[in-house]
Unconditional design. Structure first.
Length: 310
């Protein structure tokens, strides 16, 4: 009974939500006060605080650390942060020569701070800072790119600002088809995800203003499709009438956005990982209808990361 009552006090004080919850907090609830309740919690064993915090999310544990010294000891403990980390078999190896983290919290900070290349160098992994969900980028070399191994149509180039040793640069094709997949057991159960193509457009690119078709599916079912545009805006080199026609064509298309790292990302679709699925998550982009010549697309890869709702 003492543990149950202490857990309720803990939730009232911090207004914590269970890990993975997407329900908004009730705005009409009276904000709890620290007077009295903080003293009551200070008498609870650290083990109880650790158990309660391990059932929330990393952002809540960080918030709890600022409440009191008793909270800080529990919120920073390995027992709490081990629950936010993947299993030992799913932990990516750190780079050679990188000092090992001193605590589970430090390890979480490392994995959520920047991506780590998995063995083979064609997939990178990191953890979502708020929830601990596993996120990935699949390199262009690991994707299926139609005519990708034909130098007449595609070339492979190193770029200093890319995560991988090579990116794919489109020389000229009329049939654009790029797709890939990862196994669903690589993802975090109970998490909403989205797939994003990460790319650039060369200054002399052309033919990429026609709408393309993007798709995402999990386990070969629940396939979702959407119309997307690779262009951030209409190309300045087009005739005015052509720009108007193209603008109308992409009015209902999903548009890309610029990233802080200088690349562009385009959301291909979203899905929910229930957990327990046994199959691939497949994603792709294609423009195979108008069949005009295209050039200047530079693909770094496709990201699969937590979808922030709301």
């Amino acid at each position: 009974m003492e543990w149950k009552g202490g857990f309720q006090v803990l939730r009232r004080l911090l207004q914590l939500e269970p890990r993975g919850s997407t329900e908004p907090r009730a705005e009409d609830e009276e904000a709890p006060t620290a007077t009295g309740e903080t003293c009551e919690i200070a008498r609870l064993p650290e083990e109880l605080l650790s158990v309660a915090l391990s059932l929330t999310a990393p952002r809540d544990a960080c918030r709890a650390a600022a409440v009191s010294p008793a909270f800080r000891a529990a919120a920073d403990s390995d027992a709490v942060w081990a629950c936010f980390l993947p299993s030992a078999r799913d932990l990516p190896p750190l780079a050679d020569g990188e000092p090992p983290p001193r605590s589970k919290k430090d390890l979480f900070r490392r994995l959520s701070g920047s991506p780590i290349l998995l063995p083979g160098g064609l997939v990178s992994m990191w953890l979502d800072r708020e929830t601990g969900a596993k996120c990935y980028m699949v390199a262009a070399r690991e994707l299926y790119i139609c005519w990708g191994d034909t130098p007449q149509y595609w070339t492979w180039i190193p770029l200093a600002d890319a995560r991988f040793s090579e990116s794919a640069q489109l020389r000229q094709v009329c049939w654009l088809d790029i797709c890939g997949n990862i196994h669903s057991n690589m993802l975090t159960p109970g998490s909403a995800y989205a797939a994003y193509m990460v790319y650039k457009l060369a200054d002399d690119s052309y033919g990429l203003d026609s709408p393309a078709q993007a798709s995402v599916s999990i386990g070969g079912i629940n396939r979702s499709t959407r119309k997307v545009s690779l262009q951030l805006h209409a190309g300045s080199g087009q005739q005015r009438s052509t720009r108007r026609n193209r603008r109308r064509a992409v009015e209902d298309a999903v548009l890309p956005c610029k990233r802080a790292d200088g690349w562009v990302e385009l959301e291909l679709g979203e899905f929910f990982c229930e957990g327990g699925e046994d199959g691939d998550v497949s994603f792709g982009l294609a423009e195979t209808q108008e069949l005009g010549w295209k050039s200047g697309l530079i693909v770094q890869g496709i990201e699969i990361r937590r979808k922030k709702l709301g």
